[in-house]
Design a protein around this ligand. Structure first.
Ligand SMILES: *Cc1c(COP(=O)(O)O)cnc(C)c1O
Length: 497
């Protein structure tokens, strides 16, 4: 089992899973994908009685065979333990005729925990496997959820340093509190005076700066990344597609082998790509419904076959989906296009230089078979939260509401009655301001922690442990820097010459 880049398949350039995991992104700018997609050595029927952890072991063993099954077992046992609010890790509930797969019961209240509890544990073991004599530096630009979940996942993991950069004033009050409260001797977070794209492009520049890499190496460090392009983040997300399917069979809601749909609130296309990989592994999926917010570049793409990032960028009430270039789409195109790396390279170059590309009619036809798509405006997001709450008191967050709204719209337009699972990607308590407003029509009295309290008073029930913990933690003071100073800060913090 080896991995190679979507842009360059020169013979012998393939890497072991551990090496690809440390590399993160391929040096040619492409993304690592399996040279030969693995075939399960088990049947769907074998999974029905298994725990979340046992299914996770089966999936991870397929994609990371250079670790021993005992190592994978330990990684999984540590990743999915009592830092989760629910024993089943990912509960599945039914409301208004659809199923909601709650992926947010982990330590930072969003679905990124599912993968970011695994990635750091695989990373430290990869360093040993590859006999790397350097510490790993995780450099992350974040608009919120990735920063909190990476800091939590990497907290005090041996041989790693985490440096997070986020836009000053540009993350939600709850996310800010989470980042400033997260304990760990190897963690640092900085607010930059600029927007998310400023942070992201400076991180990318530093990441690819050869001179800087030499300085890092001399200091005993090597860069890696924890973003959703890393195979260590992508593959653990396949697990919950299988797990939720097994739950539906076990409950008698569907027959074994019957097809289901998944609706996925999408940003960087990592979550929904994991669904596509689940389908490749044999999970009976009819449609993958790609749900976007007002930044609907993917909706247009799946309707026209043209990807066009030249459009206004909107900050919305579903911030984790505010994105114009969905990186993981490249992996889907590579697969659907018969692994034609030259064509992928050409399309990505067009995207970079002209801001747009158009896929071939053959690729477009294949995408249409598997994917449906749609988007929700901000007021539709609030209406959807309100609709579900009114119906039976079920509360969803704004990202999940995008998925839910688009599902309802898809079902009305197509008449498709296939059982549908909506990926529920964040806890309502992570975005209390929007949720409170959607339900009551009133603004919260004060943003952040007071808003959590106000929402909890309204909803009653138990507060998630990760939300309750925020009230106890003493936050550090925010460190604010100029965007030009990012490189200097990294150098200082790592004691580089
Ligand atoms: C990151 C995130 C998404 C988008 O997931 P992708 O894998 O980037 O498509 C959706 N919802 C929430 C709450 C997120 O944090």
């Amino acid at each position: 089992m080896k991995y190679h880049s979507t842009r360059n398949q020169i013979a012998n350039s393939a890497l072991s899973p551990a090496a690809a995991l440390i590399q993160g992104l391929a040096p040619d700018g492409g993304l690592y994908v399996p040279v030969t997609f693995p075939k399960p050595n088990w049947e769907l029927a074998d999974l029905l009685t298994l725990s979340y952890q046992a299914i996770a072991e089966k999936i991870l063993n397929l994609f990371f065979p250079d670790f021993t099954p005992a190592q994978i077992k330990q990684v999984v046992a540590d990743a999915y333990a009592d830092q989760w609010d629910k024993d089943e890790i990912v509960p599945l509930v039914k409301h208004a005729g659809n199923y909601y797969m709650e992926l947010y019961h982990g330590p930072t209240l969003a679905f990124k925990d599912v993968a970011l509890q695994v990635l750091p544990r695989l990373m430290t073991r990869s360093v040993t496997l590859e006999r790397l004599d350097k510490d790993i530096v995780i450099l992350t630009a974040t608009s919120g959820d990735t920063g909190t979940a990476s800091m939590r996942g990497f907290s005090d993991q041996a041989g790693t340093q985490v440096l997070v950069f986020y836009p000053y004033g540009g993350v939600s009050p709850v996310q800010l509190k989470q980042m400033l409260s997260q304990k760990g001797r190897n963690l640092q977070a900085f607010a930059i005076k600029g927007n998310f794209d400023d942070a992201q492009s400076e991180v990318k520049r530093i990441f690819n700066d050869e001179q800087f890499k030499d300085k890092l190496a001399a200091g005993g460090y090597q860069f890696s990344s924890a973003n959703s392009m890393n195979i260590g983040r992508l593959m653990p997300q396949i697990v919950y597609y299988f797990y939720s399917y097994a739950q539906l069979v076990n409950r008698g809601e569907i027959k074994l082998g019957q097809a289901v749909n998944f609706a996925v609130p999408t940003g960087n296309f990592g979550d929904i790509l994991a669904g596509y990989y689940a389908k490749k592994l044999g999970l009976p999926i009819h449609k993958l419904i790609c749900a976007s917010d007002r930044n609907n570049v993917l909706t247009d793409f799946f309707h026209t076959g043209t990807y066009n990032r030249l459009r206004p960028f909107y900050l919305t009430n579903s911030p984790a989906m505010d994105i114009l270039v969905s990186s993981n789409l490249e992996r889907l195109l590579f697969d659907v296009d018969g692994e034609n790396d030259e064509e992928i390279k050409a399309w990505m170059k067009e995207l970079d230089q002209a801001g747009r590309y158009q896929v071939s009619p053959e690729v477009f036809a294949k995408l249409q078979e598997i994917f449906a798509s749609g988007y929700a405006e901000e007021d539709e997001v609030e209406q959807e939260i309100h609709r579900l709450y009114d119906l039976d008191g079920y509360v969803i967050d704004p990202h999940t509401a995008v998925g839910s709204f688009v599902t309802k719209q898809y079902q009305a337009v197509t008449g498709d009655t296939t059982p549908t699972i909506i990926n529920s990607t964040a806890s309502p308590y992570k975005f209390p301001e929007t949720v409170f407003h959607a339900i009551t029509g009133q603004a919260v009295a004060e943003k952040g922690l007071p808003a959590i309290k106000q929402l909890h008073t309204l909803l009653g029930g138990e507060l998630p442990q990760a939300a309750a913990a925020l009230f106890a933690d003493q936050p550090r003071t925010e460190k604010i820097i100029a965007k030009e100073d990012m490189e200097t800060i990294i150098r200082q913090k790592l004691n580089l010459k």
